[in-house]
Design a binder for this molecule. Structure first.
Ligand code: NAD
Length: 287
């Protein structure tokens, strides 16, 4: 456990440069925001965006060093307080311990962003049971644990809150290249809509964020099952054709997440390609 706040108090953190005002300045002042998978990519950008909006930020990742780095940067970006917690979101007991600790030491989470995820590419028939389990354990069960453990505490407090789950355009685009990943994200999309219906009466919003291709580590670290290097290149090209030829910046997704919380949107396809795919999937279900 690293407390970036302690670092700041003991003079470890550099004095922050003057910050530019933006649309979100102080919009989340005093609010406790927890982001999973925040050591890098979209999660890191999201933690920093909430930090810039004055939030108190809990950075969660299984990568301890990366999480500590994000917490330090969050303080520099304007977070009122920032902490790093090393947790595997797929581990229910570890998530329970996290929820207890965060609630006892920092308070009830106002905004939860279940963002941690892993990629896996390859054909359905070549994906073995262990691979399916690994993807579903992180991408689906990680989100279920977060929603249930932190959602219950939000509901018990009775003062509203918001849960954001990072799904993907893959949730509504059937694909030959990403069967396990797409299945996990479709499940995240559906569970978000079910939870939204249940939480509406409690004043708690739930949003599913669906980016297209974003320039982060996941596109290079995603594993391939049962395919050689040449086939991997072919799959990458096929993926690009399906999800969009342009790589977007993680900050674009972070911005969409903050807006989704402020406007309480249900499903947010982030990139133009994702928006077109979402519209088509709604117009022609099952096509
Ligand atoms: P990334 O690899 O940069 O970030 C993922 C983070 O999750 C990493 O810091 C990693 O350490 C962490 N993580 C992975 N498994 C974990 C676990 N079991 N417990 C705790 N932390 C864990 O990739 P990213 O693109 O920023 O991914 C963030 C989310 O966005 C994922 O859910 C991903 O599926 C989704 N997404 C990404 C894209 C894209 O093109 N990059 C598109 C759509 C959706």
């Amino acid at each position: 456990f690293v407390s970036a706040q302690e670092g700041a108090a003991s003079g470890v953190t550099a004095v922050a440069a003057p910050r530019r005002e933006n649309a979100y300045t102080q919009r989340f002042a005093g609010q406790l925001v927890l982001v999973t998978g925040a050591a890098s990519g979209i999660g890191r950008a999201t933690a920093l965006a909430f930090a810039g909006a004055g939030a108190r930020v809990v950075v969660v990742d299984r990568d301890a060093e990366g999480a500590a780095g994000t917490a330090e940067s969050a303080l520099e970006a304007g977070a009122a307080e920032a902490w790093a917690e090393t947790v595997d979101v797929a581990d229910e007991q570890a998530m329970e311990t996290l929820a207890e600790k965060v609630t006892a030491e920092y308070g009830v989470v106002d905004v939860l962003v279940n963002n941690a995820g892993v990629g896996l590419a390859g054909s359905f028939l070549d994906t073995d049971t262990e691979d399916w389990k690994q993807v579903l354990d992180v991408n689906l069960w990680g989100v279920i644990h977060g929603c249930r453990l932190f959602g219950r505490r939000m509901a018990e407090r009775g003062q509203g809150g918001h849960i954001v789950n990072t799904a993907s355009a893959a949730a509504f685009l059937p694909s030959r290249t990403l069967p396990a990943y797409s299945t996990s994200k479709a499940a995240v999309l559906m569970l978000s809509e079910c939870l939204r219906a249940e939480m509406a009466g409690k004043g708690i919003g739930v949003s599913a964020i669906c980016p297209g291709i974003v320039d982060t580590g996941i596109t290079s670290t995603a594993r391939f099952t049962g395919v050689d290097a040449v086939e991997q290149q072919r799959l990458r090209k096929r993926s690009a054709r399906l999800y969009g030829l342009r790589n977007y910046r993680p900050e674009k997704v972070a911005d969409a997440i903050l807006r989704a919380v402020l406007t309480n949107r249900a499903v947010v396809p982030v990139t133009p390609e994702a928006r077109v795919a979402y519209l088509l999937s709604r117009l022609a279900p099952g096509a």
